[in-house]
Write a protein that binds this ligand. Structure first.
Ligand code: OSB
Ligand code: MG
Length: 373
């Protein structure tokens, strides 16, 4: 993977964007009404690349938050990378001294990968050795005030072709909601995602969910609690899928060894980059643990990279890589569209294969910063 020329960057631009969501997205840790993201633009002599930072406005999903990521990118990460001779793997080395801040690191690595692959004329999917040109899509359904509203939303997604429905749950909105959805849709592939909202004392609740024919239960317990997940998994037939707990390929190896999960949700931002995401995939594949690609309500820029990862051979379950119209009235890029068979095309152009539409980008921009050598 390290073949190919180094590329020198003239500048790196940071851009915070804000896009209205089609509907509020509610999870056990809060509600988002608008999508805010930092885009990283790598500016070479004759090519440009893009990456998206998935840190949200408040540090609820993980320790990272948007303003913190902005500062880390502006003050340390962009200066460490701009003007240097860059190969994608070098980015990880240049930023290695910075502890944590994985989402910020992932954004700058993605933008360097994109510009470098565009220059080389190679698609991200080919670079990663992806094996398919279409991927199977599921959709993540936020918590709604009533079961009727959730069912209406879900029926809309099923009519569009989505192959798996993931229900967000939280204490008080779990068994009854999942039971009602399961009763209304007995044959639909269903999963649940708790975003770590429960404790080992809730084991009886998960034993009841275990009877509902779910594909998996995602992140039931606190991100730090791998032993707790292992103990819970030992009592359930339904596979536990880890999201927040897996921050690196090493975490994945430990979680699998402990029996803390039987499925992994891979998000490049959470693990510090696309290259580490590939290593998480490789670890899981070697242990025959199926994986899928998650999402953080990304704009088309981040989504394109997620779709390239979804083309990897070990990604055997439908992901949260949904179409643009599930998130935004208008995406930043040309919209990603779901085929009625529930699949979406993996971008085949150089790099991530898409770029922000200039007018849309201007209309959505909240602030910018230009970092030069
Ligand atoms: O836990 O997977 C999650 C969105 C934001 C933060 C965390 C999560 C999610 C989703 C939505 O479930 C995934 C998507 O459609 O992008
Ligand atoms: Mg999750």
């Amino acid at each position: 993977m390290s073949e190919g020329p180094a590329l020198s960057l003239r500048a790196i631009e940071l851009r915070e964007v804000a896009l209205p969501l089609v509907r509020p997205f509610r999870t056990s840790f809060g509600e988002e009404r608008e999508k805010r993201a930092i885009l990283v633009r790598t500016i070479g002599d004759d090519v440009e690349g893009w990456g998206e930072c998935v840190a949200s406005e408040e540090p609820r999903y993980s320790e990272e938050w948007l303003d913190g990521a902005w500062t880390a990118l502006e003050r340390w990460m962009a200066p460490a990378v701009v003007g240097q001779a860059n190969r994608p793997e070098r980015v990880t080395e240049s930023l290695g001294w910075i502890r944590g801040h994985r989402m910020a690191k992932a954004a700058i690595e993605a933008a360097v990968l994109d510009v470098w692959l565009r220059k080389a004329g190679v698609s991200l999917s080919d670079y990663l050795s992806g094996v398919r040109d279409r991927i199977t899509c599921g959709v993540s359904v936020g918590i709604a005030p009533t079961v009727e509203e959730m069912l209406e939303e879900i029926r809309g997604y099923l009519a569009k072709g989505y192959r798996r429905i993931k229900l967000k749950i939280e204490p008080g909105r779990d068994l009854s909601v999942v039971g009602a959805v399961r009763e209304a849709l007995p044959d639909t592939p269903l999963s649940v995602d708790a975003n770590g909202a429960y404790t080992p004392a809730d084991t009886p609740l998960f034993e009841a969910l275990d009877e509902m024919g779910l594909m998996m239960i995602e992140q039931p317990l606190d991100a730090e609690d791998l032993p707790g997940h292992a103990a819970l998994q030992a009592r359930l037939r339904t596979p536990i899928c880890l999201d927040e707990s897996i921050r690196s390929a090493r975490d994945a190896a430990v979680a699998i060894r402990l029996g803390a999960c039987r499925v992994i949700n891979i998000k490049p931002g959470r693990v510090g980059g696309i290259l580490e995401a590939k290593r998480v995939h490789d670890v899981a594949l070697r242990s025959s643990v199926p994986v899928w690609i998650g999402g953080m309500l990304e704009t088309g820029v981040g989504r394109a990279a997620n779709l390239a990862l979804a083309a990897l051979p070990g990604v055997t379950l439908p992901g949260d890589t949904s179409a643009s119209d599930r998130y935004f009235p208008q995406d930043l890029t040309e919209p990603f569209v779901l085929d009625p068979d529930g699949t979406m095309a993996v971008p085949s152009g150089p790099g991530i294969g898409v770029e922000p539409l200039p007018d849309r980008l201007e209309a959505c921009t909240v602030r910018t910063s230009l970092i030069k050598p």
